[in-house]
Write a protein that binds this ligand. Structure first.
Ligand SMILES: Cc1cc2nc3c(=O)[nH]c(=O)nc-3n(C[C@H](O)[C@H](O)[C@H](O)COP(=O)(O)OP(=O)(O)OC[C@H]3O[C@@H](n4cnc5c(N)ncnc54)[C@H](O)[C@@H]3O)c2cc1C
Length: 459
């Protein structure tokens, strides 16, 4: 821990706020999205610009402090924060600039997705992101980025055109296909291992309206629904995304009273093609089986992006486990049914996000995201507002994962992992790990950025 003189010096060199242990807002400042994470950093700096980020990186490195980068703070394993070290918080580096002519959006390194959706929708455009507006652009993008537009437009990384970074030695670089292409390759899936991204540039698509929402069925219909869905999504047009989910219906409007607190299965659809065709596209979905609830309809893109935000608020207990999946066998369906029955009430859920369509058109070595041949990113999520239920949700998630893991493709989406060790990280990047490790050696030889799904610098 650096002495007070050094900390005072750091403070004097910053435009942003520095929070230390003992400060009034310390406990509030060390909170992250997952209420299960309870870490006590020595210092938290709310950077406001690139200069602050450079100052912090130099300070952390020179004083040999464990240093974490916090974007949206949503990481399940709490990788945006650390014990005893320095947290470089980016949440005040928040700006967007849409370039309608070139169809791009620039977003500050601390933006969350609702910031970007808000900005781009005014121009009738959108870029692929996740399904919750409060998730950080930083962490989600650097890990891949799966959402409602995945089948139509690819992952978030497939739409990243350029990024500005502060490297471990405090230098500032731009990464794109033309500038530092090795670094640009690595950040498209390799997480926060290579530097702090202070600015992202994304490609935009002419998507303004979405025809979508949840179409849900009785839990007793799970087998029929999953068997139908596993085939349907393989042949569906790319403009139609639909992730499978188990959930408990929230006890309030707009849900009908007779369904309150009931477990259902179903698909959250998002069609982003020609709105005039939407009813036709949904006809086979509606013909297949009468749902318990059909909330699918036309809505502006930011509405579907924010649809679950009020449900999944920050501060809840959160434990998740993930795998990539290539096929959903009948035996896997039986295991899903068993654990859907056991699903803790309230907020826990299981999602199967399709990653075929446009995301599968990118080669498995074109970015570090190796599982381009998988069809789904599966995640079982134990969620509960009450810390007393922490063990219950964790146990359910772990047992569910163990039961389904034998049916999986091996690795998992890094953004749906807790801290699960090096083997899991290697299984996820497969043959891209070695290349990542060499690039890590070039840009961060001493592994300064290690509070992440860590890629070790090559020997
Ligand atoms: C409610 C919820 C919904 C989610 N939905 C989706 C979804 O639909 N699709 C999806 O793909 N993922 C989803 N995720 C997973 C999400 O992508 C990861 O949790 C991700 O790590 C969150 O990024 P963050 O910036 O908010 O997190 P943080 O905790 O701030 O950071 C996560 C990691 O990224 C690094 N990092 C963050 N910003 C930067 C930056 N600017 N430069 C360098 N490194 C940085 C951090 O160091 C850390 O290692 C969801 C998570 C939650 C909790």
């Amino acid at each position: 821990m650096p002495d007070q003189t050094k900390i005072d010096e750091l403070k004097a060199n910053l435009r942003g706020r520095l929070i230390a242990k003992g400060d009034d807002s310390y406990d509030e400042s060390r909170k992250v999205y997952n209420g299960m994470i309870n870490k006590h950093p020595a210092l938290i700096v709310y950077c406001v610009d690139v200069a602050d980020v450079i100052t912090c990186v130099n300070f952390g490195r020179e004083n040999k402090m464990l240093t974490a980068i916090r974007g949206g703070g949503h990481n399940g394993g709490g990788l945006g924060i650390c014990d005893d070290g320095l947290v470089i918080d980016l949440s005040n580096i928040k700006y967007t600039r849409v370039d309608p002519k070139n169809k791009t959006v620039r977003a500050g390194g601390g933006c969350v997705w609702s910031d970007v959706d808000h900005a781009t929708h005014a121009f009738g455009m959108a870029t692929p992101s996740g399904i919750i507006g409060s998730t950080g652009v930083g962490g989600l993008t650097l890990g891949g980025g799966i959402g409602h537009l995945t089948r139509h437009c690819g992952l978030a990384i497939d739409n990243l055109l350029e990024a500005d970074l502060v490297l471990a030695d405090g230098s500032f670089v731009t990464a794109s296909e033309k500038e530092n292409p090795d670094l640009f390759w690595a950040i498209r899936g390799g997480g926060g291992n290579f530097g702090i991204i202070t600015s992202f540039l994304f490609r935009l698509h002419p998507i303004s309206m979405v025809y979508g929402g949840p179409v849900l069925y009785e839990l007793g219909e799970t087998k029929k629904v999953m068997q139908w869905y596993r085939k349907f999504i393989l042949d569906a047009p790319n403009e139609l995304n639909g992730f499978f989910a188990f959930l408990t219906v929230p006890p309030g409007p707009p849900f009908p009273e007779h369904l309150h607190g009931k477990k259902l299965c179903g698909i959250v659809w998002a069609y982003t093609g020609d709105m005039g065709n939407a009813e036709k596209v949904f006809k086979p979905i509606r013909d297949f089986l009468k749902p318990a609830l059909d909330f699918a309809g036309p809505m502006p893109h930011p509405v579907i992006q924010g649809m679950f935000d009020a449900l999944f608020v920050p501060g809840m207990q959160w434990y998740w486990s993930a795998d990539f999946v290539k096929e959903i066998s009948d035996k896997a369906i039986d295991a899903h049914i068993e654990f859907a029955d056991k699903m803790p009430p309230g907020f826990s859920t299981m999602h199967l996000y399709p990653i075929n369509g446009a995301a599968a058109k990118v080669g498995k070595n074109d970015t570090p995201w190796a599982y381009r041949d998988a069809v789904w990113a599966q995640v079982m999520v134990g969620v509960d507002p009450d810390p007393a239920n922490k063990e219950v949700i964790t146990k359910w998630t772990k047992e569910y994962f163990d039961a389904l893991h034998p049916f999986s493709a091996g690795g998992a989406y890094v953004n749906f992992m807790m801290e699960e060790g090096e083997d899991r990280i290697k299984a996820t990047y497969k043959d891209n790990y070695e290349r990542l490790s060499k690039i890590k050696k070039k840009y961060d030889p001493n592994n300064f950025f290690k509070v992440n799904q860590n890629i070790k610098p090559a020997a």
